[in-house]
Design a protein around this ligand. Structure first.
Ligand code: PGA
Length: 256
C-alpha cells in the first residue's frame, strides 16, 4: 500500500516570526504522531533556514515551493537546487499552476527543473492540472496526458521512481470548490495509467499521486479514501494548524 504524503504549500505567506509560531503550534499538536504518513511543509524561501531548525527532531520534513533550472551564476532573484539542499530541504514543488499562470512556466521548463532537482537529491512534487475552460471543453484527459508526457520528458525509470505527482485542477485551487472524490480519482487513475504506459506498471503502482485544490478538514476524508489518491498538496488549510492536523490525522486513518 502506498504511504500517504501530506504537504503544506504555504505560498507567499508567513514571515520568519509567523513561521516560528506556526511550526511551534504544529509540533505541539503532532506530539503523539507516530509517523504513519509523511508530513512536509513548504514555507517561503526566507523561512527555510529557521524552519529547518524548528522542525529538528520532529517527523516534519522540509520542502521549497520552486527553484531555478540553472546550477548557479548570474540569475538575479533565483535559488538553486544546491542552495535548497544545503538549507535542509528534501522536497521541492515544481510547476505549480500559479507558477505556470503568473510566471509563464511551461512543461519544458518544469522538466528541466525536475532534472536539476533530482540530480541534487531533492524529491520533486510535480504539479499538473487542467483549467476550468479545459474541463468544460471536455479535454481534461488530453491536457493531463500532454502534461505528464511533457514534464517527464526523457526522465529515466529510476528518476521517475523518485518523484511525486500532484494533480491540482486549476479551478479548484484557492476557490473553495474541490474536485469531487470521484472526479479526482478518475484523473489520478489516468495519470497512473499514462506513467504505466511510459515506464512500467510496477513504477506506476508505486507512484505517489497527491490531490490538491481546496482540500480541507471537511473533505479530506472522502478524498484521501479514494483508491488512487495518495495524499494532499494543501494551500490555505495548511496555514491553520487545526485544519492541517485534521488532514494529517485523516491521512493516518486512511492508511490504517
Ligand atoms: P488550496 O491550494 O488548498 O488553497 O486550494 C492548493 C495548492 O495550490 O497547492
Amino acid at each position: 500500500m502506498r504511504r500517504k504524503v501530506i504537504v503544506g504549500n504555504w505560498k507567499m505567506n508567513k514571515d520568519i516570526h509567523e513561521t516560528a509560531n506556526l511550526i511551534t503550534e504544529l509540533r505541539e499538536r503532532m506530539k503523539d504522531f507516530r509517523n504513519e504518513v509523511d508530513v512536509v511543509i513548504c514555507p517561503p524561501f526566507t523561512s527555510l533556514v529557521i524552519a529547518k531548525a524548528l522542525i529538528k527532531d520532529s517527523p516534519i520534513k522540509l520542502g521549497a515551493q520552486n527553484m531555478s533550472q540553472y546550477d548557479e551564476g548570474a540569475y538575479t532573484g533565483e535559488i538553486s537546487a544546491k542552495m535548497l539542499t544545503v538549507a535542509g530541504c528534501e522536497y521541492v514543488i515544481l510547476g505549480h499552476s500559479e507558477r505556470r499562470q503568473y510566471f509563464n512556466e511551461t512543461d519544458e521548463l518544469i522538466n528541466a527543473k525536475i532534472k536539476k532537482a533530482l540530480k541534487a537529491g531533492l524529491t520533486p512534487i510535480v504539479c499538473i492540472g487542467e483549467t476550468l475552460e479545459e474541463r468544460e471543453a471536455g479535454i481534461t484527459d488530453k491536457i493531463i496526458i500532454t502534461q505528464v508526457k511533457g514534464v517527464l520528458h526523457e526522465l529515466t525509470a529510476t528518476e521517475v521512481e523518485k518523484l511525486l505527482i500532484a494533480y491540482e485542477p486549476v479551478w479548484a485551487i484557492g476557490t473553495g470548490k474541490n474536485a469531487t472524490p470521484d472526479q479526482a480519482n478518475q484523473v489520478h487513475k489516468l495519470i497512473r495509467k499514462q506513467v504505466g504506459q511510459m515506464y512500467s506498471w510496477a513504477i506506476a503502482e508505486k507512484l505517489i499521486i497527491q490531490y490538491g485544490g481546496s482540500m480541507n478538514a471537511q473533505n479530506a476524508s472522502s478524498l484521501l479514501s479514494q483508491s488512487d489518491i495518495d495524499g494532499g498538496l494543501i494551500g490555505g488549510a495548511s496555514l491553520k494548524t487545526v485544519a492541517f492536523m485534521t488532514i494529517i490525522q485523516t491521512g493516518v486513518e486512511a492508511y490504517l
